[in-house]
Design a binder for this molecule. Structure first.
Ligand SMILES: [Ca+2]
Ligand SMILES: [Ca+2]
Length: 97
């Protein structure tokens, strides 16, 4: 599992009362998960068994709480829940003086 996922799960466990959208969708092809912003296919998935498959009404992926322990679930995109965002890395800043 990528280090970012391990890191994020640890942080989400500290805020136990939210599911978190992570920016993946399979609305074009069922079960083919790609990123909203780049249209690139996900290079790994972390769905719980029974999620992430052929569910026409569940086209968005989230880190899910409770028994999922922040494994991913697929859910209707209309669900209102917290959103997890990634920023670009900051450029190195030189120290002057
Ligand atoms: Ca789906
Ligand atoms: Ca589901």
């Amino acid at each position: 599992m990528p280090w970012k996922t391990v890191f994020l799960k640890d942080r989400m466990r500290m805020f136990k009362d939210h599911n978190w959208w992570l920016g993946l969708t399979d609305e074009d092809i069922e079960g083919a998960w790609k990123w909203f912003d780049t249209d690139e296919m996900a290079n790994f998935t972390d769905f719980m068994p029974g999620d992430g498959g052929d569910h026409n009404t569940e086209d968005c992926a989230a880190f899910c709480l409770g028994s999922y322990d922040y494994h991913w679930c697929d859910a209707p995109c209309s669900y209102l829940t917290a959103v997890l965002c990634e920023t670009r890395e900051h450029e190195e800043v030189s120290v002057i003086g």
